[in-house]
Design a protein around this ligand. Structure first.
Ligand code: PMP
Length: 409
């Protein structure tokens, strides 16, 4: 197998869309990836040939919709190597998945139990635990970060104590790009009986992975960041945990029987899919993941890392540029954040967009505690996908150089 960035890029119609001004250099895939034609087509095909509600239908269309939806569940299970598709729950996204666990698993915790997060988490992996803290009086522990934006796992084996029930961490930081040493966390958690939830929003788009081998308990990610549609995401959980957890939302096909004397719940995964799910979106996500699973990820990651290296080198040469995150290529992905001395991230992003067509993200990236840790109000972030190429990096570095001259001048 091999990887041809131009052929991969050709799958994405956005890169042929007419724009006013400079050509598009999309370096914001960490916020939302672009969507390939095959996913757009799959969603349209589903809606034009098999649109019906799932699970409850007794007509052909309803059967076709249910089959397509369950096929998508199998595609997810295949991409993440879930032991069973029953362990795959469709949610609205990473945020929806983490909130599900915070309710259904978290409400089973007692006052004084601990949920351990890290200082670099996205708000979606902080706030649901703070809400749980308000409901249940659990303690919220925080793993600090190192100066180069990684989890500081020094002494993690002792830090995970007898009251630590859950360790909830990002697989890859959406700010620093650092990849978490999940093996170490999982081993430490196992040793003390704590569960592990992984926010995989930034890792999932970078190739298939193996939840069984990671030896974690819950894994969350979003469709729109994995080249799929908006409005759909995934929670994977160990069957025995999901089976033991009460439902989070009620209604629709999550029941086995409903009566005023009491109701009983459907088996997993239906128990956690109240109401009509995002059906066409799940179908699109299944197509996206099947396509991703076919790619040569060794070659793609080498391509992304080469571009990341060029960005890191280019940033190091810019006057007054402070990198937030690892300066090397080990244990990181192509998510690069930096601050330019004296310049507001929003001004930088607007300048490079207007002058060079470069789409970046600027701000706190929903990681305000991390910004506080580094004494910043925000950063500029470039995030890569396989469709990026050298011209995107050239436009970024040219644009930043000009931004410094123009905005600082
Ligand atoms: N966690 C991380 C690490 C993220 O990058 C994001 C998206 N920026 C989220 C959670 C939230 O994802 P969503 O908005 O799709 O729920």
């Amino acid at each position: 197998m091999s990887f041809d960035p131009a052929a991969f890029r050709a799958e994405f119609p956005i890169f042929r869309a007419p724009f006013d001004g400079p050509a598009l250099h999309y370096l914001d895939s960490g916020a939302s990836a672009q969507v390939p034609q095959r996913v757009i087509d799959a969603v349209a095909r589903h809606d034009s040939t098999a649109r019906a509600n799932v699970k409850r239908g007794v007509h052909r269309l309803a059967e076709a919709a249910t089959e397509a939806y369950e096929t998508a569940r199998h595609a997810v299970a295949h991409y993440i190597n879930a032991p069973s598709p029953r362990e795959v729950i469709f949610t609205s996204g990473t945020t929806g998945a983490i909130n599900l666990v915070a309710r259904a698993f978290g409400d089973g915790l007692a006052e004084g139990d601990e949920v351990l997060v890290s200082e670099l988490e996205h708000h979606s992996n902080i706030v649901p635990w703070q809400l749980l803290q308000m409901r249940r009086g659990v303690r919220l522990g925080v793993i600090p970060v190192t100066p180069d934006g990684r989890l500081d796992l020094d002494g993690i084996e002792e830090r995970i104590g007898p009251r630590t029930r859950l360790v909830a961490v990002a697989h890859c930081s959406n700010v620093t790009g650092a990849v978490t040493d999940l093996a170490r966390i999982a081993a430490a958690a196992r040793a003390s009986g704590a569960r592990v939830l992984v926010d995989g929003a930034q890792r999932a788009p970078h190739g298939p992975f193996d939840v069984a081998a990671l030896d974690v308990d819950f894994y969350a990610f979003s469709g729109h960041k994995t080249f799929g549609p908006n409005g759909v995401g995934v929670l994977w959980g160990r069957a025995e945990l999901l089976e033991a957890m009460p439902p989070f939302l009620g209604g629709g096909e999550m029941i086995s029987h409903v009566g005023f004397a009491g109701s009983s719940w459907a088996p997993i995964p239906a128990k956690f899919e109240a109401g009509t799910p995002p059906i066409a979106q799940a179908v699109g996500l299944g197509v996206a993941l099947d396509w991703l699973a076919e790619q040569d990820w060794g070659a793609i990651l080498a391509h992304e890392m080469r571009l990341t290296g060029r960005i890191l080198d280019g940033l190091a040469a810019l006057p007054g540029c402070r990198l937030l995150g690892p300066s090397g290529l080990q244990q990181r992905l192509g998510v690069v954040s930096f601050a330019l001395e004296g310049l507001h991230p929003h001004d930088v992003c607007q300048f490079v967009d207007a002058t060079h067509g470069v789409a970046l993200r600027g701000g706190h990236h929903c990681a305000q505690p991390l910004m506080e840790r580094f004494g910043l109000i925000g950063t500029v972030r470039a995030s890569l996908a396989p469709y990026n190429d050298d011209s995107d990096v050239d436009a970024l570095l040219d644009g930043l150089g000009e931004a410094i001259g123009h905005l600082r001048g």
